[in-house]
Design a binder for this molecule. Structure first.
Ligand code: IPE
Ligand code: IPE
Ligand code: MG
Length: 238
């Protein structure tokens, strides 16, 4: 049961490493793509739940720079599911006041999906209830490389480079750092997700596969987070 008053402090920004679609499908004797389809369905459910909790920023890891190494059929299938997701979810995103942002490299992404993404970003840009960052063709290292390149290209002097400047040149400029990173399917690694931004994020890992990660599971993660003591390198008070 979800008990709202048990949770004293909510994260402002949650990052989701939506993992385990393939294993979810395998367990059922289905092709991997069926797992990705179920994962996309679940995304709708979790976004809605995050909105209901009043979470302001959500980042979802949809496709990493390393995921290009998967079989071509799976990569194509994932992109086609993303197109369908955009077509289907846009009205609901508008209704719920969701503003969508993209983080990652656009090059390499099929032109048709790029067009749909641009349309999605443009259509939702004035919404402000929840900011949804889609990490697609995203890699934390690539992001830092891209930032450094732009900083050099713009002629900054070495003494002008500090943490604040680098943050401003990341894809996530203007978005607060994640407070909580949730990874499904049991893995204990970050797989190149928000490397810079998650320096002080709280990690939460659950064995549940992404398609099964429901509202109750989200509640468990939020409850766990609310009981943590974030020290940021300082000493405990009192
Ligand atoms: C996560 O599920 C989705 C993407 C990486 C796109 P996986 O496809 O990685 O599922 P597992 O890890 O093989 O179970
Ligand atoms: C991370 O999952 C990437 C996404 C969820 C998009 P992976 O399944 O690609 O990560 P590894 O291979 O287990 O590290
Ligand atoms: Mg995986």
């Amino acid at each position: 049961m979800v008990k709202r008053d048990e949770i004293k402090n909510l994260p402002r920004h949650i990052g989701f490493i939506m993992d385990g679609n393939g294993r979810w499908a395998k367990k059922r004797g289905l092709p991997r793509l069926a797992g990705h389809r179920a994962g996309a369905e679940n995304l709708r459910r979790i976004l809605r739940a995050c909105g209901e909790w009043g979470i302001k920023y959500v980042t979802i890891y949809a496709f990493s720079t390393e995921n290009w190494g998967r079989p071509e059929e799976e990569v194509k299938g994932l992109f086609s599911l993303m197109e369908q997701f955009i077509d289907r979810e846009l009205p609901e995103l508008m209704k719920n006041g969701v503003q969508v942002r993209h983080i990652g490299r656009m090059d390499g992404v099929p032109e048709r999906l790029q067009e749909k993404i641009r349309y999605l970003l443009e259509s939702t840009k004035d919404n402000d209830k929840l900011i949804l960052c889609i990490a697609l063709n995203y890699g934390g290292r690539a992001e830092i490389v891209d930032a450094v390149r732009r900083i050099i290209a713009e002629g900054y002097r070495p003494e002008e480079v500090d943490e604040e400047l680098i943050s401003r040149y990341l894809y996530t400029a203007g978005i607060p750092d994640p407070d909580l990173i949730i990874r499904t399917a049991g893995e204990m690694r970050i797989s190149n997700f928000l490397l810079w931004q998650s320096a002080y994020a709280e990690y939460y890992s659950t064995p549940t596969f992404w398609p099964d990660f429901n509202e109750q599971e989200l509640y468990k993660a939020l409850l766990d987070y609310s009981r943590r003591e974030r020290r940021f390198g300082l000493v405990k008070e009192g």
